[in-house]
Design a protein around this ligand. Structure first.
Ligand code: MEV
Length: 324
């Protein structure tokens, strides 16, 4: 198929996991939100068959067919690989094969639990798909799972869902996802520990834990499910205190699961000591970011205490992937 247009711009949001990370891989529910930081993608058709990637995320390059095939056989090292996979999977969907210039600009760091790989692939699939026709959110989300497998090894699909649909969602690997209709106004602070890690490795470590002691693991997983169900009620009731307490409880569960780190526990403690309603790891853990639920009164105090760490205030973003 030939392109119907030569240039498309899209964007997709960063995500946070409010409740249920890791256990979501084992069919337990999770609550996710998209936040007001985005990955922007511009794609243009080239005259040759190269895919040329430029980004502000420290990766890029020019890839002809031979180079692309070579990269396909290698294990995950760089975001370039899932990006190329997302591009070729999308073109296959339309029976197309053209050269492309891809410009990727992210407003948030990658490798710190904010869903950069999912946001990149979702925005890219929407952009490349729109060159040839139309893809709905469900299709975009499904195509991105292949690229996510490279990064997360055994992804639940939660990151792809939130980056595609946006807002606040209840995600379950089996029953897919539901939007949470609530006008709750979450005052969130994201704090980056600065420690980069790969989610795939953490997901594999958790799998080993599951294989070593399935009973203990399922106890933790059932507790995570209970916390998530209570959190859903707290969101619907707009009970901020309860929601914060449940976030902190979720953090202790992730600590028991072994995906926390001293520095993450310390950041959680500083936030709570300075008036936060709740705080926890977000995403795979092992480094990356924590999220803090606060209110207007304590926001500045908490941010001031996080000296030396990248810190930003976030709101829940309603829009998932958009075509500009
Ligand atoms: C990563 O953002 C979230 C995990 O639960 C993995 C997944 O759901 O695929 C750790």
């Amino acid at each position: 198929m030939n392109p119907i247009t030569n240039h498309v711009g899209t964007s997709a949001p960063a995500k946070i996991i409010l409740f249920g990370e890791h256990f979501v891989v084992y069919n337990k529910p999770a609550i996710l939100a998209s936040i007001d930081k985005r990955v922007h993608v511009d794609v243009s058709v080239r005259n040759d068959n190269k895919i040329v990637i430029k980004s502000n995320m420290g990766f890029g390059g020019s890839f002809d067919e031979k180079k692309r095939k070579q990269l396909q056989t290698k294990s995950f090292k760089s975001l370039v690989q899932p990006i190329l996979l997302a591009v070729t999977d999308t073109m296959e969907e339309f029976n197309a094969s053209v050269g492309l210039d891809l410009n990727i600009r992210s407003e948030f760091p990658y490798g710190v639990g904010l869903g950069s790989s999912a946001a990149c692939s979702v925005a890219i699939i929407a952009a490349v798909g729109t060159l040839f026709g139309k893809l709905n959110r469900k299709k975009i989300c499904n195509i991105s799972l292949n690229a996510e497998k490279l990064v997360h090894r055994n992804p639940s699909g939660a990151d792809s869902a939130i980056c595609s649909y946006g807002g606040l969602i209840l995600f379950n690997k089996n029953n897919n996802m539901k939007s949470i209709n609530s006008d709750i106004d979450l005052e969130l602070i994201v704090i980056n520990s600065g420690i980069k890690r790969t989610t795939g490795k953490l997901v594999s470590n958790v799998k080993q834990k599951f294989e070593r002691d399935a009973d203990m693991f399922m106890d933790l997983a059932n507790t995570s499910e209970n916390i998530t169900i209570q959190a859903l009620k707290a969101i619907k009731d707009k009970d901020y205190d309860e929601l914060g307490a449940l976030m902190t409880l979720n953090h202790s569960l992730l600590y028991k699961l072994g995906v926390s780190k001293n520095i993450l526990d310390k950041l959680v403690e500083i936030a709570l000591h300075n008036g936060a309603l709740g705080a926890k790891i977000t995403g795979g853990g092992g480094g990356g970011c924590i999220i803090v639920l606060t209110n207007k009164h304590f926001k500045n105090k908490i941010m001031k205490e996080m000296k030396g760490y990248e810190t930003f205030v976030s709101k829940v973003e309603r829009d998932g992937v958009i075509i500009k």
